[in-house]
Design a protein around this ligand. Structure first.
Ligand SMILES: [Zn+2]
Length: 307
């Protein structure tokens, strides 16, 4: 079976203003790189069922978001989370990409999937847009897997260089979720220390200092692999941010593009006997366009290898 890329042209119509690092070119650079390959299935998002949206975010938040998209110009949801008229479809398509990915895997159309969408989602909390994120894609995926397909142990590995406060907020209270994050600390958005264990001891947070290099990262990553081996997840999610790359302008880790192949391969090796290789990966950060395209390609290489 194959690996699918779920993408939508709407991702390119979500405008954030000149000079904003979370820009449409991010998606274009990924698509340009992945389109040169012949070993991928390309698919478009589906709609997110309302009941899944409503258990992931509060009703009030969803109502507010629905009416906040501007008819022209830009609107700020917080200091750095910007939306434009084209953002409405982009936001719902980003959330709907994980629905398409899960349905395709469950129907046996493909083995695993990478959602190349924006805006990202891992900073979006139940009640708050934040850090370029509006709807929490990983949370939507978790709730869809648990509610529709009755998965019991969904692990989310978040290797974005920032702590996924939104993922933690949405998953900490869910007995069917294990949220794991490696991230730069102290750093935006704050939090994500070893004290953040989730309500059911269902979260592992590994804060690492600025300057963390490949060797130091993979030493720490062994803790991620141990926890996954003990947990034995029945489905795996990646919050796949590529801003831990040494060339990334927003953070200070020193990983290279190949390291994202290793992160992915080691995680899949530790989990595929339990998940039967079922993986949905969701794009989060990554702001150097070349590093982003290269690193995503390496991540996809490992997804394909585990088909
Ligand atoms: Zn990030």
């Amino acid at each position: 079976m194959k690996t699918a890329i779920i993408s939508s042209e709407a991702s390119e119509q979500h405008l954030t203003g000149d000079g904003h690092p979370e820009q449409p070119k991010r998606i274009l650079s990924i698509k340009n790189k992945l389109k040169t390959r012949k070993d991928l299935i390309w698919q478009e998002p589906e709609n997110v069922p309302n009941e899944i949206l409503e258990i992931t975010h509060s009703n009030e938040y969803i109502k507010n978001i629905k009416k906040s998209f501007p008819l022209d110009g830009l609107k700020f949801l917080d200091g750095d989370t910007v939306i434009s008229p084209g953002s409405k479809k982009a936001v719902y398509d980003a959330a709907g990409s994980v629905i398409r990915a899960i349905n395709g895997i469950e129907k046996g159309e493909f083995k695993n999937a990478f959602c190349a969408v924006r805006p990202p989602g891992h900073h979006a909390e139940k009640n708050k847009a934040m850090g370029f994120c509006v709807i929490n894609q990983a949370g939507i995926a978790l709730n869809y897997l648990v509610n529709k397909f009755k998965y019991k142990k969904v692990a989310c590995v978040d290797f974005d260089v920032h702590w996924g406060n939104g993922n933690y907020d949405v998953m900490r209270n869910n007995k069917n979720a294990l949220y794991i994050s490696t991230h730069q600390y102290p750093f935006y958005p704050g939090g994500g220390t070893d004290k953040d264990k989730g309500n059911f001891n269902n979260s592992l947070n590994i804060p690492l200092p600025a300057g963390t290099n490949s060797e130091q990262y993979f030493n720490a990553f062994n803790r991620v692999l141990d926890r996954l081996s003990n947990y034995k997840p029945d489905f795996l999610l990646f919050s796949a941010g590529f801003d831990a790359h040494k060339d990334d302008p927003l953070a200070q880790f020193e990983l290279n593009s190949k390291d994202f192949y290793e992160i992915t391969k080691r995680t899949l090796k530790a989990t595929s006997k339990y998940t039967n290789g079922k993986v949905v990966s969701i794009l989060e950060g990554g702001y150097d366009l070349n590093a982003l395209a290269e690193s995503t390609n390496e991540h996809v290489n490992a997804l394909i290898e585990f088909n």
